[in-house]
Design a protein around this ligand. Structure first.
Ligand code: DLL
Length: 435
């Protein structure tokens, strides 16, 4: 198999070497953060921990967690560990509630970020000959500019389209010969649909791969995108508080994402107790940034639920792998006491086939009882079928949801194209109970 690495000596280093590098970088980072960020110093003092207590990765659990609220409380720049004149870039999270969380980068942070994005692009088969079409939003969101700098570092020809104007995006793909598409998976699907509507055959495109992330997506959705666009679809994960896209990335094996362990230490914890969980167990992902200068967050609780594994990967990389996040602790719906993630419903829908991969979950409370309605778009061919067939399909979906998730749901098939398409992160849930 062809091995594609950007930094082979690091990406394939023996695990004990990675761990000792992490230990060294962790103790240096804790020292810096203790000296420069009042918030951390106070938290560590409260816990009776000093920088001298942190000598290796095994000491991580002695350190306090950081959560999104801490960044909000120190809005906008209160957690930065360097003076503002060293900050060369500012981004902010796309959060819809509360204050935005603001993140900063030094020149060195931007350089590291470029490297890890280049690793992801190269792992997806990218090189200097590629035309990288970036349809993530540019602006305070980290997706657009993050991927942009990495693709430039790889010396690709970068096409910074940003989001929106979907037909024009397709025209650009045709005219400029885009070979790698970077966007949210839901926007990739929308591009695929628009391609069909415009009467363009996927064989007219030069696209070979796509790098999709910023929101959860299932294996079935991957197949759907690959099919619509005629590409191989790779996952990429990240969050602005830790860096942006590129904290982890998929390789040719496509069984999870390698975490860039020379820059980030990953842990899985029990979200209820905060206790570390062993490898292979599912829980909340926690990251410590060990090379960041501007905002080196310690034990940042992502709220994303995933599993870590260090099983040998056929690509040769030794970095630990995380599974696709299956949801967030704060996205999890509790419906009549049952925990439900939107991605589980997506899996059921796509495994049954026939419907389009566009759906909306509407949760409500009627007479003190939670209700779940699943609206799913019919495919064009179904739409022209008899009503009897539609009802039968609704019944099938209802039965599958009930047996897989253990909850009763009302299923309503809706007309093709009636569920709103997103250019960025898709919105899949309307929870009326909170209103
Ligand atoms: O979404 C950074 C990013 C941009 C990642 C482009 C990948 C590609 P935030 O806006 O801070 O940053 O949102 C971070 O998005 O905690 C996850 O819940 C979710 N997320 C990101 N990547 C994935 C993925 C960017 N591949 C939050 N699968 C994270 C599932 C993802 N969820």
């Amino acid at each position: 198999m062809q091995q594609n690495y950007w930094t082979p000596n690091i990406e394939t280093a023996p695990v004990h070497e990675i761990k000792s590098l992490q230990s060294l970088r962790l103790s240096q980072t804790v020292r810096k953060v203790y000296a420069n960020v009042a918030y951390f110093r106070n938290r560590m003092d409260e816990m009776g921990v000093t920088p001298d207590d942190i000598r290796s990765v095994d000491d991580l659990s002695k350190l306090p967690f950081t959560v999104k609220q801490d960044l909000r409380d120190n809005y906008p720049f209160g957690m930065f560990a360097v003076p503002m004149d060293e900050i060369v870039r500012i981004h902010a999270s796309s959060g819809t509630t509360g204050k935005q969380t603001v993140v900063g980068y030094t020149q060195n942070d931007v350089d590291v970020w470029k490297e890890i994005i280049a690793r992801a692009l190269v792992a997806a088969g990218g090189n200097a000959k590629d035309f990288v079409h970036i349809a993530y939003g540019y602006g305070l969101f980290t997706g657009g500019l993050g991927m942009h700098y990495g693709a430039e570092a790889m010396k690709a020809s970068v096409i910074p389209v940003s989001t929106g104007n979907t037909q024009r995006q397709i025209q650009i793909m045709l005219d400029y010969g885009s070979t790698i598409l970077c966007s949210t998976p839901s926007y990739a699907l929308y591009l695929g649909e628009t391609l069909k509507e415009m009467g363009v055959d996927k064989s007219q495109l030069k696209l070979k791969a796509g790098i999709f992330g910023a929101e959860p997506w299932t294996e079935q959705m991957r197949k759907e995108i690959e099919n619509l666009l005629g590409i191989k679809a790779y996952d990429i994960y990240g969050l602005s508080e830790v860096m942006g896209p590129g904290v982890s990335f998929e390789c040719s094996e496509q069984t999870g994402m390698h975490i860039n362990e020379d820059h980030f230490i990953a842990e899985i914890i029990d979200p209820e107790t905060g206790k570390q969980l062993p490898e292979g167990e599912q829980g909340e992902l926690v990251f410590t940034a060990i090379t960041k200068e501007a905002l080196p967050l310690i034990r940042y609780r992502t709220r994303d639920i995933a599993t870590l594994t260090r099983e040998k990967c056929s690509c040769g990389r030794t970095f630990i792998k995380m599974t696709k996040p299956c949801g967030r602790t704060d996205d999890m719906l509790i419906i009549r006491g049952v925990n439900v993630f939107p991605s589980q419903v997506e899996s059921v829908l796509l495994s049954l086939g026939q419907t389009a991969p566009h759906y909306m979950l509407i949760v409500d409370r009627v007479d003190n009882l939670d209700t779940l309605e699943i609206q799913v778009e019919m495919s064009e061919s179904m739409f022209s079928d008899a009503v009897r067939h539609i009802e039968e399909q609704e019944r099938r979906i209802r039965a599958a949801v009930e047996s897989t998730l253990g909850i009763a749901a009302k299923v309503r098939l809706v007309e093709p194209k009636s569920i709103q398409r997103s250019e960025g992160k898709a919105k899949r849930v309307i929870d009326k109970r909170k209103i």
